[in-house]
Write a protein that binds this ligand. Structure first.
Ligand SMILES: Cc1ncc(COP(=O)(O)O)c(C=O)c1O
Length: 399
């Protein structure tokens, strides 16, 4: 089928890249050891701190998010170290458990249902039971992209602090940074891990580690082998705006533009925009009479919504109908949710009409694929968007 107009990329990352960022990346390749590069490098390395709400260093690798996860582990831990990883969904498994085990770490994988975030009570119990401080790090996926469930990092941090346990806190903010509040400093996170392709509105290819002083200190005695991922080499070069090896220079030009755009909109406004879009999407799903994966409304994601199709109805067939007929990509169900769940991405460079178009495609797709549902989801979303547009706190964005 021939498609006209724009493809709708509504997977929960990679996300739509703004024209301004695309244009910034179409910069001719520069000397990455020359003065123009250094100027851009310094702006990016300084500017990215705001997105993480940190005053400390953020290391930028030419990598995907999984590379940045590996970097967080190899820079802070030693072979055989015990790591507590909470099972939240597919990404706590593939990006963390599997990587940690391959690196020779001893993983305590705290079982989860994929419908709830990491439990602060369980974390507190586990740490209290570890009187000998064998656990060296706790890993939490903030926004589990496979389920749309958010773990409450502030509460988890407070639970850790109540125990006085010295384990590092490593947080995967790959699909939350720039769409759901992430507070690296306030939440005393030791390593916040991210990738460029979601809330940051840049194509895939950059991985990030925001690093606390405690994590840097841990790195002094950490014995996992590292060369490419070594923070120390990066931080030395970064002081002058450079990188120890050839950086992904064009992506960095794109990131500079994206950070400027984020500054213009304001981080709080960006988060509020994502809240409105999350609320409107949930209003649509509720009106369709379909079930969402998150069980606790306090843990619902504002960057994506994972929706279950009724038993006996394939979510993949629905996605196929929507792709063929409306040229829209939705996220697939991952791991044990394959075929049972579709995911609507509503993060990054996005607006009310893009959301209305997205939800229209889903509603028409539900009808065409013969999925039992009630009509009226799009109307419910529009009502939600209109109501929130009228609230003073959702007034025009500060510039
Ligand atoms: C929460 C989360 N963690 C880890 C990853 C892995 O990142 P990447 O695919 O960039 O390696 C993803 C990717 O979508 C993710 O959403």
């Amino acid at each position: 089928m021939t498609h006209t107009g724009r493809h709708f990329l509504q997977i929960p990352g990679p996300t739509n890249v703004p024209e301004r960022v695309l244009l910034a990346m179409s910069h001719s390749t520069v000397d990455h050891r020359g003065p123009d590069f250094a100027e851009m490098g310094l702006e990016v390395l300084q500017g990215i701190r705001k997105a993480f709400r940190t005053s400390g260093p953020v290391v930028i690798f030419p990598s995907s998010g999984t590379g940045a996860a590996e970097a967080a582990l190899v820079n802070t831990l030693s072979p055989g170290d015990r790591v507590l990883i909470f099972e939240t969904g597919w990404f706590s498994h593939v990006a963390w458990r599997v990587v940690a085990e391959k690196l020779g770490l001893a993983v305590d994988y705290v079982p989860g249902t994929w419908r709830r975030g990491a439990s602060p009570d369980t974390l507190e119990e586990r740490l209290r039971a570890d009187a000998g401080h064998a656990i060296k790090a706790v890993v939490i996926v903030h926004n589990e992209t496979s389920t749309g469930v958010v773990s409450r990092i502030g509460d988890l941090r407070r639970a850790m602090n109540r125990t006085g346990h010295p384990a590092l806190l490593i947080v995967d903010a790959i699909s939350s940074l720039g769409s759901i509040d992430v507070r690296h400093d306030d939440w005393e996170i030791d390593v916040t891990v991210c990738g460029s392709q979601k809330g940051l509105m840049v194509p895939p290819g950059l991985g990030f580690n925001a690093v606390s002083e405690k994590a840097l200190r841990a790195g002094k005695s950490a014995r996992l082998p590292r060369a490419y991922w070594d923070w120390q080499e990066m931080l030395k070069s970064n002081t002058t705006g450079f990188f120890p090896y050839t950086p992904a220079s064009n992506l960095l030009y794109g990131l500079r533009e994206a950070l400027r755009m984020m500054d213009e909109e304001g981080l709080d406004n960006i988060l509020q925009r994502h809240t409105r879009h999350g609320d409107a999407t949930r209003a649509a799903v509720g009106a369709w009479g379909l079930e969402m994966v998150p069980e606790d409304p306090a843990e619902q994601s504002n960057s994506l919504t994972a929706v279950m199709t009724p038993a006996g109805h394939s979510a993949d067939q629905l996605r196929q109908v929507i792709l063929d007929r409306f040229d829209m990509s939705l996220g697939t169900g991952l791991g044990k949710l394959a075929g049972k769940v579709f995911r609507i991405g509503h993060l990054g460079w996005f607006n009310d009409l893009m959301l209305a178009g997205t939800l229209s495609g889903v509603e028409m797709g539900l009808a065409l694929a013969g999925i039992p549902h009630k009509p009226g989801g799009v109307l419910a979303a529009m009502t939600s968007l209109t109501a929130s547009a009228l609230k003073p706190e959702a007034a025009p964005l500060a510039r």
